[in-house]
Design a protein around this ligand. Structure first.
Ligand code: GLC
Length: 753
């Protein structure tokens, strides 16, 4: 036997034996467990008291405490900090009969105490390494605080900016979303899940939550198999292929079946066809909510439908712990369902090293040393700068001069130290973000002044649960802002959304600048045309007036703890912006859902074309095109694309082609360009999008430098879930595009034989 073969066989043997050891450990433990103890592993509670204090003495807190002490809880969420986690783990490990350790979950969506840019912002960086690093360092900071499981990455593709949770995902494209999903899973889980610095990840929300009708959170989802398989599912599959350990299902019903009980999704597809061997946790109370959905007549039946549907752990419904024993006796479910769920949960706990050391993640020293470390600060600032998208820069007002200028920072978000933290910042210290004003003040060469203009909210919301009360009555401050604008060389307007205007439960029916911000912008523009508009938001907004009247516009999202430094460094040119939009920016809410990879329809047309009649797919009062398309973003320099070349115009199945262009930096600054590669399948057994992103490359060029950029085309990229419900590439013509954004027109054809 040659060496390679020997090593291969050895690896197989070692892996199998390691797996058998893991499976044997799980089986051995399972065999010792009572039915109640098994059900306990399927039960997750939210942290709700100061565990380092006296145990609760009444109410459902007492019940939960007793369940903890009797091995009837498998996991807790929102318990954090070494002291608290240790205290809870102690109850489970030392008081319960078998001492099975808890797994501690937390929403590490965009950072722990060091808050990173919201995921939609990071997606705009198209920098997979930076995204992976952001997840990896966030996991490290959370892990040393006792957390060993995150309810992330959120991989819901969405096309509707009214939905508040667009801030949590990677935007409208399944290909970009799949690469980002894998990068985040790799960042969170690393290559050693038993390390005290890595945590289990959770792909959510399975599935199609981003297609909530009318962008209204928790609303009905009704989509066909074509959209489900070609658009919604790829990022989830990418997470499975990246080795993700858990999934979380979604609140919505999908084509009439609540995802929590959807056996097609969770059993046939996820655990069956995809071979997922981790576990599925419900979303918060989603089991109980099946009664409200009108899918279960009562809590007990909701529990039955969820178990049969493949949900392994019950987050905060308290249904599994109270109903499964009776459901078993009534033979509505069987012990195999319970054993399968429990084995999946125990397996992840073994892989996390929790049985070897339940306090593995409880190290006060590490917690002090790593929380808020410079390593986190630097990585945070780096990815924040890369997430900024330059939307407009007329008469190169940007980058700003660093000396001798009077700069007026105006707007309710200019000095805001909270909004940049975005929505999912539970572990952050309030007001801990670097504001834009502070970012500018760290540059000493200019005279910096500030005026709020108008306040954005009537009161600072308490955070997660409270509606944001936008100020719609008090205009005081506008005059002061106008006076300041009159006496400065440049105005930097910082406008947008309050941090809690996006996120869960934060849908909006209007996408304009909230409150009096538009009025403030227009009044300031009347007295000083030299305006740089910095938009700070959690979703695409309607920026039509600004796009016509403001010379420079920068999309700065909610960029996290280092927001102000990132924005100042980009505006001063210390970082040449390279971001590209991961979601289309609409001209009006009426266009939603709007996305680049739309179908042709039987009556296509294009903005401005004279179609000779109204009988084509369009609006009589609005364009079809977005204000800014998917993949759009400018640089302080300019890039020129040579005509697209194909290595051949015929490709056999199993063969490949090369598509290439020459990219030249024709401007004065060194810069990075995300060269994007799209393919269209113009006719097939099912209608196909007019374009689909199939590749991209980040290219950095010095002024005057030229570089060839090429992409390999293979059959794999041409496959889709077709009318025969198979993933196949179908012979025929294909078009190839390479460009700076999804509006690229130039194409070349090839024939797949
Ligand atoms: C929330 C969210 C989910 C989150 C969970 C725990 O309702 O839908 O994304 O992970 O509950 O906080």
């Amino acid at each position: 036997m040659n060496t390679t073969r020997f090593v291969f066989c050895l690896l197989i043997t070692l892996t199998t034996s390691a797996q058998q050891t893991l499976d044997q450990k799980v089986e051995a433990l399972l065999s010792k467990m009572t039915l109640q103890e098994k059900i306990g592993q399927m039960n997750q509670y939210n942290g709700f008291w100061n565990f380092t204090g006296p145990s609760p003495d009444g109410g459902d807190q007492k019940i939960k405490y007793d369940h903890l002490a009797n091995g009837l809880v498998g996991s807790m969420l929102n318990v954090r900090g070494v002291k608290e986690v240790r205290a809870v783990q102690k109850i489970a490990v030392e008081k319960s009969r078998l001492g099975i350790p808890l797994i501690f979950g937390f929403d590490l969506i965009h950072g722990y105490q060091s808050v990173f840019p919201i995921p939609l912002a990071e997606a705009a960086s198209w920098d997979l390494e930076a995204i992976q690093r952001s997840a990896s360092l966030s996991a490290k900071e959370a892990a040393v605080a006792g957390i060993n499981w995150t309810f992330a990455p959120m991989v819901d593709v969405t096309r509707d900016a009214r939905w508040g949770r667009v801030m949590e995902g990677a935007g409208e494209d399944p290909y970009l979303g799949s690469l980002i999903a894998a990068a985040r899973v790799d960042g969170f889980q690393g290559d050693d899940l038993a390390s005290p610095f890595t945590i289990a990840a959770s792909a959510k929300h399975f599935a199609a939550y981003g297609f909530a009708e009318a962008g209204r959170d928790y609303n009905t989802v009704d989509i066909g198999l074509n959209t489900l398989h070609n658009i919604v599912l790829p990022p989830f599959k990418a997470a499975v292929d990246a080795g993700i350990k858990t999934f979380m299902n979604s609140f919505n019903d999908l084509n009439g079946i609540p995802a929590t009980a959807d056996a097609y999704l969770q059993r046939d597809l996820l655990k069956g066809e995809w071979g997922f061997d981790g576990f599925v946790v419900s979303d918060w109370g989603s089991i109980r909510e099946m009664v409200d959905h009108g899918y279960a007549k009562d809590r007990k039946q909701a529990g039955e439908m969820s178990v049969l549907g493949g949900s392994d752990m019950d987050m905060e419904s308290s249904i599994y712990v109270n109903e499964l024993e009776a459901l078993l006796e009534e033979k509505k479910i069987n012990i195999a369902h319970i054993d399968d769920a429990v084995k999946r949960i125990l397996k992840v706990k073994f892989e996390l090293g929790l049985f070897d050391d339940p306090y593995l993640y409880c190290n006060e020293e590490l917690e002090k040393q790593i929380t808020g470390s410079q390593e986190l600060v630097q990585a945070n600032l780096d990815v924040a700068k890369k997430s900024i998208v330059l939307l407009k820069n007329e008469n190169t007002i940007l980058p700003l001069k660093k000396e001798g200028q009077k700069i007026g920072l105006i707007g309710p978000l200019a000095a805001d130290k909270n909004s940049p933290l975005g929505n999912w910042r539970i572990a952050a210290v309030n007001n801990s973000a670097v504001s834009v004003l502070e970012g500018f003040q760290s540059y000493k060469g200019n005279k910096i002044s500030h005026a709020q203009g108008v306040k954005l909210v009537n009161k600072v919301p308490d955070g997660f649960h409270e509606e944001v009360q936008i100020n719609t009555t008090d205009k005081t401050g506008i005059e002061e802002a106008i006076a300041l604008a009159k006496e400065v060389d440049v105005v930097v307007m910082v406008l947008g959304e309050y941090g809690f205007q996006s996120g869960e439960g934060r849908s909006r029916a209007f996408l304009n600048l909230p409150g009096f911000q538009q009025e403030l912008l227009e009044k300031v523009a009347e007295v000083n045309p030299n305006i740089v508009l910095v938009v700070m938001n959690g979703r695409p907004l309607i920026l039509n007036w600004a796009s016509e009247n403001i010379p420079a516009i920068v999309e700065a999202w909610h960029l996290g703890s280092q927001s102000g430094h990132a924005i100042a460094q980009v505006l001063y040119g210390d970082y040449n912006p390279s971001g590209k939009l991961p979601m289309s920016f609409p001209r009006s809410v009426g266009q939603l859902p709007i996305y680049y990879n739309h179908k042709s329809t039987g009556r296509p047309g294009a903005d401005g074309e004279d179609m000779g009649s109204v009988f084509w797919s369009h609006y009589g009062d609005e364009k079809n095109s977005p204000l800014y398309p998917f993949g759009y973003g400018l640089s302080y320099t300019q890039f020129e694309y040579s005509p697209l070349q194909l290595s051949d115009d015929i490709m056999d199945k199993g063969g490949s082609l090369k598509a290439s262009i020459k990219l030249k930096n024709t401007g004065k600054f060194k810069g990075k360009e995300v060269v994007q590669f799209y393919i269209q399948d113009p006719y097939a057994s099912a209608t196909r999008p007019v374009k689909e992103l199939k590749g991209f490359q980040m290219v950095e060029l010095n002024p005057g430098e030229t570089k060839e950029v090429s992409f390999r085309i293979t059959e794999e990229q041409l496959k889709f879930y077709n009318a025969r419900q198979k993933w196949e590439a179908e012979s025929g013509t294909f078009y190839v595009f390479i460009g700076s954004n999804s509006a690229v027109k130039e194409k070349k054809a090839f024939e797949l034989r």
